[in-house]
Design a protein around this ligand. Structure first.
Ligand SMILES: Cc1cc2nc3c(=O)[nH]c(=O)nc-3n(C[C@H](O)[C@H](O)[C@H](O)COP(=O)(O)OP(=O)(O)OC[C@H]3O[C@@H](n4cnc5c(N)ncnc54)[C@H](O)[C@@H]3O)c2cc1C
Length: 495
């Protein structure tokens, strides 16, 4: 059983890599341990509710006029994905700052409101926009392999090694506005004072110019569509096929399943957590593999509570798509508090606001999430696990009710609690880390692009949240495309 490429994991990165390779007529096989494609992007049923596990904002999709990278790739593969606009309707609250705002409307409305709150926000924000565009264009050039970009993109070089907080201060953006602009990064556990400005700028660029969208159908419909297209193009996916070892043999790589089945290929593509692969799957025979282990900081883990409520969102007064409560708007201060279980950081999503048919008529889905740095879970063992997860979920619901003055508890018809242990068991992400390795300090996506070739372990490649561009469905999908393009380019050069 010989293949050109074997991909371990049918998450978004693996499906994307498979699509591009099959599109280019390569013999490609995906081995997936679970029974369904999509990894974290999946759907589960409880009673009459169908809950989407993760994908609520699909970034870098764009509109008809401003087509994002993802939409472009879907078109290339002839994939029709139905999407819905996401209403910019976000409620943010910070306990320490006594801050409570609903951010509504288009980006111009936001900026106007920020100006009312903190004078100087509007002019400085407007001057940030051309910089975001320049950085985006420099990144496009860099991804295409252009070497000398200093001349055309001087600001890219100027800001290359600044952290996001430093750069925004440099641009005279008022301190409070900086913290509000950083709210999305608190949500994924990256403090602005450690996050590289280029990564921050590129995300903000996508947010403003390539609008995020919601999927019209469920997560599983999306991932089944990706898998079906891959198979139409000649690729294969074997489910319930857990890989336990990858090792080099003469001229080929050997991929071994739990039941002992062996497959051979020229190149292996890992869509699993890099830390997990280096620790558990890749044996010592590959140069540099061991040194790479632990070289990255894993993102936080967390608790997600999926609630099926038996009332429409209007009656529950849940009018916003997203809700955030932070202890402190300053990401660095806020994240420090996340070492303990009680830290008052909650994210709530009401998918029905973007999609009326997200749940049965006259019902609502509410997804609550909170993050912890990994040591918070050290005291949890198999004896106190169930009690801890129930207690934390109930605390989360009560805090959400208090923070946003709503009644939820008495309308709960279905509830599912996902802990770091659930996520680790399902995806093999070490410690159930939710967003792969963080892009912090020098380990940011620019350095990852620049040092890609030097750092590569021969014949072993990584796509998905563990790869160059970090987590998020857009980044995971794009990484699958980017890495396989590099491999195809190398093949062409070698032949
Ligand atoms: C609660 C939550 C909400 C999120 N919300 C959003 C959102 O709104 N928008 C967004 O863009 N992103 C969101 N994300 C992030 C996004 O879901 C992930 O970044 C992305 O799906 C990661 O994809 P991946 O390609 O890295 O693969 P993963 O989803 O990690 O999949 C890896 C696959 O590998 C398989 N596997 C593991 N080990 C083996 C093995 N030994 N053999 C075979 N197969 C194996 C797993 O079963 C899995 O299918 C969210 C994440 C979470 C947890």
């Amino acid at each position: 059983m010989n293949y050109d490429y074997i991909i371990i994991g049918a998450g978004i990165g693996g499906l994307s890599a498979g699509l591009n390779l099959a599109f280019n007529n390569k013999k490609v096989l995906i081995l997936e341990k679970n029974s369904l494609p999509g990894g974290l992007v999946s759907t589960f049923k409880r009673g009459r509710f169908e809950f989407d596990a993760s994908l609520y904002d699909l970034m870098d999709y764009g509109s008809e006029e401003h087509v994002g990278s993802l939409q472009r790739l879907f078109k290339k593969y002839d994939l029709e994905i139905e999407t819905l606009p996401i209403p910019y309707n976000i409620k943010i609250k910070s306990i320490d700052d006594k801050f409570e705002e609903v951010i509504k409307g288009e980006i111009d409305d936001w900026v106007l409101r920020l100006e009312e709150l903190y004078s100087g926000s509007m002019s400085t924000f407007r001057s940030l926009l051309p910089l975001l565009k320049e950085i985006h264009e420099a990144l496009v050039a860099l991804k295409k392999g252009r070497k000398n970009i200093e001349k055309d993109f001087p600001n890219f070089i100027k800001y290359l090694d600044k952290n996001a907080h430093e750069a925004l201060v440099d641009l005279n953006i008022p301190e409070n506005t900086i913290h509000i602009l950083g709210y999305l990064w608190i949500e994924i556990g990256s403090p602005l004072n450690k996050l590289n400005f280029i990564d921050f700028a590129e995300s903000l660029y996508k947010y403003i110019f390539k609008r995020p969208v919601a999927l019209k159908n469920k997560n599983i419909d999306f991932t089944l569509k990706l898998a079906k297209r891959l198979e139409e193009l000649g690729g294969k996916i074997y489910y319930r096929s857990e890989v336990v070892e990858v090792r080099p043999t003469e001229e080929k790589q050997e991929v071994i399943l739990k039941d002992g089945t062996k497959y051979f290929c020229k190149e292996v593509i890992f869509n699993v957590s890099e830390r997990y692969a280096l620790k558990n799957l890749i044996k010592d025979d590959y140069p540099f593999a061991n040194q790479k282990e632990n070289a990255r900081t894993l993102s936080m883990n967390g608790l997600v509570v999926y609630l099926g409520l038996n009332k429409p969102y209007q009656d529950l007064k849940l009018y916003n798509y997203r809700y955030y409560e932070f202890q402190n708007l300053n990401s660095a201060i806020n994240l420090k508090s996340m070492r303990k279980f009680s830290h008052h950081t909650i994210e709530g999503i009401v998918p029905n606001i973007a999609n009326e048919s997200a749940s049965p008529k006259n019902t609502t889905i509410l997804v609550l999430k909170t993050l912890y740095s990994e040591d918070a879970w050290n005291s949890v063992n198999k004896i106190n696990y169930y009690k801890t997860k129930e207690t934390l979920a109930n605390q989360l619901i009560e805090e959400f009710e208090t923070a946003f003055h709503v009644d939820i508890k008495e309308y709960i018809e279905e509830m599912e609690i996902v802990t770091p242990f659930t996520l680790e068991r399902y995806t093999n992400n070490i410690n159930g880390s939710m967003f792969g390795p963080m892009r912090l300090g020098y380990d940011n996506s620019i350095h990852r692009i620049i040092s890609f070739e030097e750092e590569q372990i021969p014949h072993l490649n990584f796509v998905g949240a563990s790869s160059i561009f970090g987590s998020g469905v857009d980044n995971a999908f794009y990484s699958g495309y980017y890495i396989t393009e590099k491999l195809l380019e190398k093949e062409r050069k070698d032949s």
